[in-house]
Design a protein around this ligand. Sequence first.
Ligand code: EPZ
Length: 419
Amino acid sequence: MDKLEIEGGIRLKGEVSISGAKNAALPIMVASILASGESTVDRVPELVDVKTMGKLLGHLGADFRYSSGKAVIGTDRINNHVAPYELVKTMRASVLVLGPLLARRGSAKVSLPGGCAIGARPINLHLMGLKKMGAAIELDRGYVTARSDGLKGAVIYFDIPTVTGTENLLMAASLARGVTVLENAAREPEVVDLANALNSMGARISGAGESVIEIEGVDALRPLKYKIIPDRVETATFMIVAGTTGGEVLIRECRPEHNDALITKLEEAGLTIERGEDRIRVIGPDRPVARDIKTMPYPGFPTDMQAQFMALMSTAQGTSVIRETIFENRFMHVAELKRMGADIDIEGGVATVRGVPSLKGADVMATDLRASASLIVAGLAAQGKTTIHRLYHLDRGYERIEKKLEGLGASVRRMQKDA
Ligand code: EPZ
C-alpha cells in the first residue's frame, strides 16, 4: 500500500487550482442513466471513486470513457439493473443508481452499502421516499430490490436532510408521473449542481438549495452536457494548509461562497482571507487562535471539514471544542493526531482540543478519506518527518494532492507499495 512522506515546518506559498467536486461528479455521472444517448460531464476529477463509478455504470450496460477531466457515458443500452456487492462495498455512493434505475427500467437490485469507518450510514430515508413514490421495496440477503411500474409524484419529508437521499429522489422524481415535493431536503451545493444538471436534461426542478424542492415529472430527458462545480472540501483543505503552515496560498478555480461557514471560522481563528469571484487568497498567522465548531447540514459547518479543522486547532492558542453531530464515529483521526503530540480528549460526539505549540512528525495511519487530509495538514505543520500509511483512503477523494502540495513548496514524497 502506498504511503506519503512529509517533511514539515515549511511555510507553503504559491497558487493551486481546485479540481471538480467528487460529491457532484458521482451523482451527476449517474444522472446520465435517465436518458438514452451520449452524455458528457466536464471537470470530473481523476479519483478512485470516479473510476469505481465508471465500472459500475459499465456493469449496468453503459459505455463509460474517461480522459483528462471529461467523462463520456453512452446510455443507449442499460441492460442490467444489479449493482453488485463487490462494487458497492468499495463505494457507498453506488446507492445513487437506485432511483435512476427504477425511473429508467422500473427495477433495481442494489447491494446494501453497509457501514463504513465513520458510521452505520443507513439508507432508510432513500427507501422511504421511493416507497412513497409507489416502488415495491424488498430487503433480501444484503440486497435492496426495488420494482415499480411507473413512479408517481409524492410529498416526501426527510427526518434528516440526507444528501444522497435527496439526490436519489431528485433523479427518481424527474421521470415520475406528477409532482414530487421533497421537504427538509439537503441544501448542499452538490445537490444544487445535480438539480442544475437534471434541468439541463429537460427536468423541471425548482427550489434546489432550499429545504423544499419541487420536481414536476416529465416523460423523457435528453443526454447530459455539463461542467460540474469545483470541490469545496479540497478548497477547505488548502485554506487550512495555509493556516497551519503560516503560509500564503492563492486558491484558484473555486467557489468562495460554498465555504462561507469555514471562512468565518478561519477568519476568527486569525487567518487573513481575501475572497475573489473564483479565487481565495489565504494568509496564515504565526499561530492560530482556538475556535469552537459544531458540524451541521449545509449551510452549517460541514462535517467533511471537521477533521482538517481539528488539525489546525491542534497547534492553536487556547482550547477548541469540536462537536460532530452528523456521523457517530468521525473522530478516527484523533488517535493519530495524538501520536503527533496533539492534546485531545473525546467524550461522545465532542472533542476537546488543547492547543500545543507544535506537533512532531510520526508514522500515522489513514482511516478514512477526510482523516487522511487531516493527517496531511498536521504533517505539513509538524517538526520533522511524518509518514502516512494506507494512502488509498486519500486517493478516493483528492486528485494528485501531493503534486499540488509540491507546487506550494511542500516536501512531500509518495512511496509506492512498501518500497
Ligand atoms: C454525503 O454522504 C457525502 N457523500 C459525504 O461525504 C458527506 O459527509 C455527507 O453527505 C454529509 O454531508 C457523497 O455525497 C457521496 P447523508 P451521505 O445521507 O449522503 C443519516 C466524503 O468525505 N442518514 O447526508 O451518505 C446518516 O447516517 C463523504 O466525501 C440516515 O439516518 O450522508 C448521517 O448520520 C463522507 N438515513 C446523516 O443522515 C438515511 O437514509 C447524514 O447522512 C440517510 C442518511
